[in-house]
Design a protein around this ligand. Structure first.
Ligand code: SER
Length: 613
């Protein structure tokens, strides 16, 4: 299996001498303690506290393969290079090595005989061209020239507007292309340098080909394989950039693309299409078989969408984002529905989601035990969702049959009353040769969206990632709260989720009944007592077994690295955590629970605030 070989090679390249990185496990797709985004969108994301300067228990050089999920590209899924769920191979320097080593090692891994063995002559790179926030990345340009020279290649700076010609290999681009981060609204970021491979293939997408073809033009000839980000800035909430305490490296190589390219270069697949690689195992054949369609136009797109979405929801559900009507759960539900709808386009009228997930799981079971462990749950959730959605489809179709004609208002009513996807109403109309007025639908929808935007705005506001003092205090208060809940309600209390903004904390925990008024008061009183005692907040790095033995609280289901940081607040609370926290609890002010409610059947949710005493 080519993807397994790439995984092993990558980790082995970076963990061995002279690179000496330590491998860390992939974090779950759902971020802990970071309200600025709903999902982990890149490998650097769980490392934000360490990029900001917290010491990492395993040192300054880390490597891993991180599960990631992005919704930005959802509409693009179906082409040869976009995914919602994907994996990133990443290596990090936390204030240790910088541009020279990062670039040299990337090139070495891509081109050396012992590693990927790509032809160095086919590699082109981009760098940051500079603007008022930061200068042109001369250091990277210098290193690249040297690296190419050592490979016997003359590399000159090119102009993307003129395309690729002569010795031009290093192309400067603006921030839109060569600046990465922050992962949320604020946080670590910096200029980057990307590596592309020239496939010399005819263009996949003529419409994306601008006046001239250039390495970043999206036409498909150049495949972007790796991104080296030099995280030396912090973006503030007011949009300004300031130098970080330390200069970091964050690299990310897309598993899907590198597997596709490697497989194609080895002639294992006819074109560098990730959906043809062994990452998808037998799942593609399975879809082809039950739909009786070849992986060809016009069905290729729907097959790809199904494969992407089923793989994504398998991982999302395994990490706790079960389908629902809000936030993460709604993302999962929409992907499930979209996959089913594309199943219909392929002519699949039987339930297929759970079996397709089974195929995906069998391909990833050894790499990500969480999908194997939750196989039955994932399959049963998908079956239920599919049965319900098919009912909904039927309801929608029955409703449509009763209408004299189809129009935008009907599409909106269907959406509003049954949650019937409007694209589907439009599609049905098209199949029936009916012209529908999108305008009426869009007008109705615009009003509706305005409302829902106001409702979700709070989710993205502020948060731990900006490390504001208020957020830090609420984070420290969350630790006191968890321990107080354990003391008041019992040892069954475990953290199920945490979401902290500069205004309030939200804490989900296992407890299957409503807290009584007395329990709430006792909890508040205990937290406030610990604040008044002005406990010192200290931390130590220990082996995870020792942390568990010492009774430090952990989050169930999270895979921790071999060494972890334990934050202690006096002798009261001990918790495995990446920080940051305030130094003494006395600065927190007065703690108050403002709401206690159910969060599913087995968990409760608390909202709490801190106010000046
Ligand atoms: N964070 C960068 C990216 O996602 C590199 O890992 O491309």
């Amino acid at each position: 299996m080519i993807h397994k070989e790439i995984r092993e090679k990558y980790i082995s390249f970076f963990t061995t001498n002279p690179r000496n990185h330590k491998e860390i496990p992939s974090s779950p797709l759902i971020p802990e303690n970071d309200p600025t985004v709903l999902f982990i969108t890149a490998g650097m994301h769980p490392l934000v506290p360490y990029l900001m300067g917290e010491p990492h228990p395993l040192g300054k050089r880390l490597v891993n393969i991180q599960k990631s999920f992005r919704t930005d590209d959802i509409e693009e899924v179906g082409d040869h290079s976009h995914f919602t769920f994907f994996e990133m191979l990443g290596n990090w320097s936390l204030g240790d090595y910088f541009k020279k080593e990062a670039i040299e090692w990337s090139f070495d891994f891509l081109t050396s005989k012992d590693w990927l063995f790509y032809d160095p002559k086919k590699i082109y790179v981009s760098v940051f061209e500079g603007d008022r926030d930061a200068p042109r990345d001369e250091d990277s340009i210098r290193v690249w020239k040297e690296v190419y020279k050592n490979a016997g290649i003359t590399a000159e700076i090119g102009d993307s507007k003129k395309g690729v010609s002569g010795n031009s290999r290093i192309f400067p681009y603006p921030k839109t292309k060569n600046w990465w981060g922050p992962a949320g609204t604020t946080g670590p970021c910096g200029p980057d340098s990307e590596m592309f491979y020239d496939t010399e293939l005819p263009l996949h997408k003529k419409e994306l080909y601008g006046p001239v073809c250039h390495i970043n033009c999206d036409c498909g000839r150049y495949i972007e394989v790796w991104n080296d980000v030099f995280m030396e800035f912090n973006k503030n909430a007011d949009g300004t950039y300031e130098p970080l305490k330390q200069k970091n490296v964050d690299t990310g190589m897309g598993m899907e693309r590198v597997t596709a390219l490697t497989s194609w270069l080895r002639k294992a697949i006819p074109e560098p299409d990730p959906f043809l690689t062994d990452l998808f195992g037998k799942s593609r054949y399975f879809i082809q078989q039950i739909s009786n369609k070849d992986y060809e136009e016009p069905f290729k797109k729907s097959i790809r969408i199904i494969l992407d979405h089923v793989r994504a929801v398998t991982f999302l559900i395994a990490d706790g984002a079960e389908p629902g009507n809000k936030e993460r759960g709604y993302v999962t539900r929409r992907l499930i529905r979209r996959a089913i709808r594309h199943g219909q386009i392929l002519g699949i009228h039987v339930d297929f989601m759970s079996d397709t997930a089974g195929q995906i799981i069998s391909n990833y079971r050894e790499i990500y035990p969480e999908v194997k462990n939750k196989e039955e749950i994932i399959k049963s959730i998908l079956s239920t969702e599919e049965v319900n959605f098919r009912k909904l489809l039927k309801k929608g179709l029955d409703f449509i049959e009763k209408q004299a004609s189809l129009n935008g208002k009907i599409a909106f009513d269907l959406y509003q009353s049954f949650g019937f996807p409007p694209e589907l109403t439009f599609e049905i109309a098209k199949e029936r040769g009916i012209e529908m007025d999108r305008k009426t639908y869009e007008e109705e929808f615009a009003k509706h969206q305005e409302k829902s935007r106001t409702a979700t705005k709070g989710v993205f506001k502020g948060g731990l990632q900006d490390h504001s003092e208020e957020t830090k205090k609420l984070h420290t208060a969350t630790h006191l709260l968890q321990k107080a809940l354990v003391d008041v309600l019992g040892r069954h209390v475990r953290q199920k989720g945490s979401h902290i903004t500069a205004e309030r904390l939200r804490f989900d925990f296992s407890h299957d009944r409503k807290m009584t008024g007395e329990e709430i008061e006792k909890t508040e009183e205990l937290v406030n007592r610990k604040i008044r005692e002005n406990l010192a907040v200290t931390k130590e790095t220990v082996k995870i077994e020792d942390a568990l033995k010492s009774g430090a609280l952990t989050v169930p289901g999270v895979k921790y690295p071999e060494k972890v940081t334990v934050y202690k607040m006096g002798n009261f609370s001990r918790e495995v955590c990446g920080g940051p926290h305030v130094d003494f609890t006395g600065s927190l002010g007065k703690f108050k629970i403002i709401k206690e409610e159910a969060a599913g059947n087995l968990n409760r949710r608390i909202y709490a605030i801190l106010s000046k005493t």
